[in-house]
Design a protein around this ligand. Structure first.
Ligand SMILES: *[C@@H]1O[C@H](CO)[C@@H](O)[C@H](O)[C@H]1NC(C)=O
Ligand SMILES: *[C@@H]1O[C@H](CO)[C@@H](O)[C@H](O)[C@H]1NC(C)=O
Ligand SMILES: *[C@@H]1O[C@H](CO)[C@@H](O)[C@H](O)[C@H]1NC(C)=O
Ligand SMILES: *[C@@H]1O[C@H](CO)[C@@H](O)[C@H](O)[C@H]1NC(C)=O
Ligand SMILES: *[C@@H]1O[C@H](CO)[C@@H](O)[C@H](O)[C@H]1NC(C)=O
Length: 416
C-alpha cells in the first residue's frame, strides 16, 4: 500500500503516490478499526458508572467521522488541483491584473465582458472571455511592453517581440486592436505561376531581421530544411520531392500513390519556404504550412507563392478538428529537443488530426544518436500505424561525418 500520513486535528492530510482508491481504502480501514474499537469499548462500559466515558466515546465517534469526511474532501480536491509549488513553477495562476505596470489594454482584453442580453440560450454562456497563453505570466514585462499600443492606431513595429513571446509559450497573443503595418505586395503572380516565381524583396518589411534581402538569406543555412531555400530557381529547392538524391528522399508521386488517390488536404510542419506545399499544389493537393518567422520572413514568402502559411508554434495544440487531414508531413520540425514528453504531445496531436487511412510522412529526420532513433521508433510504434515505407540511411555531412536519417511513411489505422 502507498505511503500515507494523516495529521488529524487541523484537518490537513498529505498523501504521496497513492491512488484515490487506495487512499479511500486506507481511510475506510482506519474508520472501521476505530469504530470497532469504540463499539467494543461501549459493550464493556455500559454500566452506569462509565456513562461519562461513554459520552466521550460518542463525541469521539462524531469527531472521527467529521475528520474522515474532511480528509475525503481533501483527497478529492487534491486530485484536481496542483499544489502551490507546482502552480508557481508552471505559472498556473491567472495573471494578476492589479500589479503595477500592467498595460491598460491588457486589463481590458482579459476582463470578462458580460453579454449585453444575458445568457445565450444556444451556448449557455453569460460572458465573453478572452484567452491568452498561461505562460505569458512568466514574461509579464515583455507582455506589457507588447500590449502598450495605441488603440485604433498603427501597431508598433515589433514582430520579433511577439515571436519571442510565442517561443516562450505565450500563445495566443492578446493584441487585437491596432493596424498592422501594411506592405504593398507588388509583383505578385497569379496561381499557379506564383509557385515558382522569385518573390520580390519589396514584399517583406526587413526591419528586425539580420538579412535585408533574399539573396542574403540564400547564402545562409537557416536550418536543416532550409539551405538557400528562398532560391526557387537554382539550388536545392526546385528538385526537392520530385528528384530523390538519397534513398531517404521519397518522391511525392510515390507517396501519393500509397494513399490510393485519397490524398486531398495536408499539413506540413516547419515547411521552410513552402516547397512541399507548392509541389503538392501542382498535384491538386491543398497543404497548409506551419511556420514561424525564425530568422527569415517564411510566412510572407509562402503567402507570396500563393500558399497558406500558418503562424503557429508546435507547442500549441493544432487548431484543427480530429481526423481531418489526409496527410501530415514533417521533417526536422519533429526534433523538438529536450524532453520526450514534448515529442509525445506533438505525435499525439499529429495522430489526432490525421484521418484513419491518412498518411504520416516523416521526411529525413536527423537522428543525432542511436538512443534518439530508438526512442522515436518506440514512440511511433505505440501508435500502431501501418509501415508503408521505412528507410534508415546515412549521409555524409559538410565536415565528412556520417549522419543517420530516418524517413518513413505510415498509415493511420482505424481504431475502435
Ligand atoms: C476522546 O477524546 C478525548 C480527547 O479528544 C480523550 O481525552 C478521550 O480519552 C477520548 N475517549 C475515548 C473513549 O477514546
Ligand atoms: C518597415 O517598418 C518600419 C517600422 O515600422 C518602417 O519605418 C518602414 O518604413 C517599413 N518598411 C517598409 C518597406 O514599409
Ligand atoms: C531568382 O533568384 C535567384 C537567386 O536569387 C537568381 O539566381 C535568379 O536569377 C532569379 N531569377 C529571376 C527570374 O529573377
Ligand atoms: C488538377 O486539377 C485540374 C483542374 O481540375 C486538372 O486539369 C489537372 O489535370 C489536375 N492535375 C493533376 C496533377 O491531377
Ligand atoms: C557534421 O556532423 C558532426 C557530428 O554530428 C557535427 O559535429 C558537425 O557540426 C557536422 N558538420 C556540418 C557541416 O553539419
Amino acid at each position: 500500500m502507498g505511503l500515507v500520513s494523516l495529521k488529524i486535528g487541523d484537518g490537513t492530510a498529505r498523501f504521496k503516490r497513492v491512488t484515490l482508491s487506495s487512499l479511500a481504502m486506507n481511510v475506510l480501514m482506519l474508520f472501521s478499526v476505530l469504530t470497532t474499537n469504540l463499539f467494543a469499548l461501549y459493550s464493556f462500559t455500559s454500566s452506569p458508572k462509565n456513562q461519562t466515558l461513554l459520552h466521550h466515546a460518542h463525541k469521539n465517534i462524531s469527531l472521527i467521522s467529521q475528520q474522515v469526511s474532511l480528509i475525503l474532501r481533501e483527497i478529492d480536491s487534491s486530485q484536481n488541483k496542483p499544489t502551490q509549488t507546482e502552480k508557481g513553477l508552471l505559472g498556473y495562476e491567472t495573471i494578476d491584473l492589479s500589479r503595477p505596470n500592467i498595460a491598460n489594454e491588457l486589463k481590458l482584453f482579459l476582463q470578462h465582458h458580460k453579454l449585453p442580453l444575458g445568457k445565450d440560450s444556444r451556448t449557455g454562456i453569460t460572458e465573453m472571455v478572452a484567452s491568452v497563453g498561461h505562460s505569458c505570466e512568466k514574461s509579464m514585462d515583455l507582455l506589457s511592453q507588447y500590449m502598450n499600443y495605441r488603440v485604433s492606431g498603427p501597431c508598433p513595429d515589433d514582430w520579433s517581440l511577439a515571436q519571442k513571446l510565442i517561443l516562450r509559450g505565450c500563445e495566443p497573443l492578446p493584441r487585437r486592436r491596432c493596424f498592422a503595418k501594411s506592405i504593398p505586395k507588388v509583383g505578385l503572380y497569379s496561381f499557379p505561376i506564383s509557385l515558382w516565381k522569385n518573390v520580390s524583396d519589396k514584399t517583406v518589411n526587413w526591419s528586425g531581421l539580420g538579412c535585408k534581402n533574399l539573396q542574403c538569406l540564400n547564402s545562409k543555412k537557416l536550418s536543416k530544411d532550409c539551405v538557400g531555400c528562398f532560391d526557387l530557381v537554382n539550388g536545392f529547392e526546385n528538385p526537392k520531392y520530385v528528384n530523390s538524391r538519397t534513398k531517404n528522399d521519397f518522391v511525392i508521386d510515390d507517396v501519393l500513390a500509397l494513399g490510393s488517390g485519397g490524398i486531398r488536404i495536408g499539413f506540413d510542419l516547419g515547411g521552410g519556404s513552402g516547397t512541399f506545399a507548392a509541389r503538392m499544389a501542382e498535384r491538386n493537393v491543398t497543404v497548409i504550412t506551419a511556420t514561424l518567422n525564425i530568422d527569415a520572413p517564411f510566412s510572407e514568402f509562402i503567402a507570396a507563392r500563393g500558399l497558406f502559411p500558418l503562424y503557429l508554434s508546435l507547442d500549441h495544440r493544432f487548431p484543427f478538428y480530429d481526423n481531418v487531414f489526409d496527410l501530415v508531413h514533417v521533417a526536422s520540425a519533429l526534433d523538438v529537443g529536450g524532453r520526450s514528453e514534448k515529442l509525445e504531445f506533438l505525435m499525439f496531436d499529429i495522430d489526432r488530426i490525421l484521418r484513419p487511412g491518412g498518411l504520416f510522412w516523416l521526411d529525413n529526420f536527423y537522428c543525432t544518436s542511436d538512443e534518439k532513433k530508438g526512442a522515436l521508433t518506440r514512440l511511433i510504434e505505440r501508435f500502431g500505424f501501418k509501415k508503408l515505407k521505412w528507410v534508415v540511411g546515412d549521409k555524409v555531412n559538410g565536415s565528412g561525418k556520417s549522419e543517420v536519417y530516418l524517413s518513413v511513411v505510415l498509415q493511420k489505422p482505424v481504431r475502435v
